[in-house]
Design a protein around this ligand. Structure first.
Ligand code: DAT
Ligand code: MG
Length: 167
């Protein structure tokens, strides 16, 4: 089944210069990258992304982590991979959520760690099912940033909308 999946290279992955390694690992899947960008993560975006976890005791640390407060890297790399069984293939490569339980050759098993304060620094985010992937891709990307038509769109005319362009 052809699927799309949101991948985030988290601030620890960027700080540890793992971007190339992670993209190389993901290329093993033979999936297609259909969107990619660097994002400075606002409090609102972080809270919306992880809203299913808002009642967990680690939620404030998780938000600080994805916003880059632990790594002096206030950005993440966001990508959409697309192709057959994309979610399963990328989740397998990522490994288990807890980096100590992740298979040692997986991305999280190879590069993740648990901090002394209990944050799972697991290097990469991968959507876990199709409905989560759709919600997350729509949260992180606008339709024109994705080079294939993944979901239905609507057109509207924006009036008196300030837009910054190249001078
Ligand atoms: P995944 O990222 O594997 O989909 P998830 O959606 O359950 O896992 O959790 C999102 C993130 O929250 C996860 O990547 C790391 C953090 N997290 C989850 N469970 C945790 C725990 N018990 N302690 C600390 N951080 C946790
Ligand atoms: Mg998840």
């Amino acid at each position: 089944m052809t699927q799309a999946v949101l991948i985030l290279i988290k601030p620890d992955g960027l700080k540890k210069s793992l971007t190339g390694n992670i993209l190389t690992r993901l290329s093993e899947t033979k999936l297609e990258i259909v969107a990619a960008k660097m994002v400075r993560v606002s409090q609102a975006l972080a809270e919306e992304h992880y809203k299913q976890l808002k009642d967990k005791p680690f939620f404030p640390e998780l938000i600080g982590y994805i916003r880059g407060e632990l790594h002096d890297r206030k950005k993440v790399m966001a990508l959409v991979y697309w192709g057959k069984d994309a979610i399963k293939k990328c989740r397998e490569l990522a490994g288990a959520t807890n980096p100590e339980e992740a298979e040692s050759t997986s991305i999280r098993g190879s590069y993740g760690r648990i901090t002394t304060s209990g944050v799972y620094e697991n290097v990469i985010h991968v959507s876990s099912n199709e409905s989560e992937a759709e919600r997350e891709i729509k949260l992180w990307f606008q339709p024109e940033e994705i080079i294939v038509n993944l979901f239905s769109v609507k057109s509207e005319i924006e009036k008196e909308c300030k837009k910054v362009t190249w001078a």
